[in-house]
Design a protein around this ligand. Structure first.
Ligand code: PEP
Ligand code: MG
Length: 325
């Protein structure tokens, strides 16, 4: 099996019936790129930029961030890199940015909510990203978007930064693709509207599951409610993918579910375009993808959503219909 996976390092991410997808890496640091490439990543699907902030004793300056993003892009050798703007708050505190103590940090002041309240902090990151974009194909995505107004406000700040930088370098940043995480239930429900306003979605299942099941993702007592295969939840994922595709918006997934072997046949059957996961899962996923037929997987999705009522039943169905390693 190790040999089978090793042969996958330079292989395309392709289903048995010849459909092409992307299998990318989640990283937290530009130095993670080497491992991502060793594991055959098609790109970086999620650069968790908050680790730059957490690994520093001050808000990283524009130049410090610029160097980190440039390094990631150069080291990826022309493969696409998706940087998520900082997702501080929730379970990720910043010692030098005192946030109010909250009863419900995951429902509180975090991520894009901080960035929109403090555009002076947000602008430093966006300017660094726009400057770095000349070193490779860069996409930027916003975390924790709940409403269209938030998305538009974030895009406006991005466009202002770009216009500013373009006074000196015309065209700089024009190739950057803009996307958003789908990790708040309302964003998933409202995916048709959002799809008209972004180039791509990336489904963050860690948070999307936590919020849909109202179950803290870090609390063992409620971990039984972490159910990526729940048929109702699968229906929501399918809705997001279909909505994206109705508007030519590419749909990725960067939560843990993207690297889940039981979920893969279902996601493939729904037509998910990009699978972003920890580097160590890439080769296993590519090997499994090569054995799956997308039409057969689409029938499996139908059965999972329409004939199953529990996550367990879906798992049994996937096991029975498809030989999972
Ligand atoms: C997610 O919520 O699924 C996600 C990828 O983001 P994070 O795990 O960093 O919250
Ligand atoms: Mg998240």
């Amino acid at each position: 099996q190790r040999d089978e996976w090793a042969a996958m390092v330079h292989a395309l991410s392709i289903s048995r019936d010849g459909q092409r997808f992307e299998i990318s890496a989640n990283i937290g640091d530009p130095n993670d790129v080497a491992d991502a490439l060793r594991q055959g990543a098609d790109g970086v699907g999620l650069f968790r930029s908050e680790f730059l902030y957490m690994g520093s004793d001050h808000l990283p300056t524009e130049d410090e961030q610029y160097r980190a993003y440039r390094q990631a892009l150069i080291n990826m050798q022309g493969k696409p890199v998706v940087v998520r703007t900082m997702d501080i708050g929730g379970d990720k505190p910043l010692p030098y940015l005192p946030l109010p103590r909250e009863m419900n940090p995951f429902l509180g002041y975090r991520a894009i909510r901080i960035c929109l309240k403090h555009p002076e902090i947000f602008r430093v990151q966006l300017r660094a990203l726009i400057r770095a974009s000349k070193y490779g194909p860069l996409s930027i995505m916003f975390p924790m978007i709940s409403t269209i107004a938030e998305l538009r406000a974030a895009k406006k700040i991005f466009n202002d930064c770009k216009a500013e930088l373009q006074k000196e370098r015309p065209g700089l940043g024009d190739d950057i693709k803009l996307g958003m995480m789908i990790e708040v239930p309302l964003a998933a429900i409202n995916a048709d509207q959002f799809a008209k306003e972004v180039d791509f979605f990336s489904i963050g299942t860690n948070d999307l599951i936590q919020y849909n099941f109202a179950a803290d993702r870090g609390n063992d007592e409620v971990s039984y409610l972490y159910q990526p295969l729940n048929p109702a939840f699968l229906g929501l994922i399918k809705h997001v993918i279909d909505a994206g595709h109705r508007h030519d918006t590419k749909v990725a997934m960067c939560g843990e579910m993207a690297g889940d072997r039981f979920a893969l046949p279902l996601l493939l059957g729904m037509g998910l375009d990009e699978y972003s996961m920890s580097a160590s899962s890439i080769l296993r996923t590519r090997a499994l993808m090569a054995k799956l037929d997308t039409n057969e997987c689409a029938r499996l999705v139908d059965a999972a959503i329409n004939d199953c009522v529990t996550a367990n039943a879906v798992q049994q169905l996937v096991k029975k219909r498809i030989t999972v390693e």
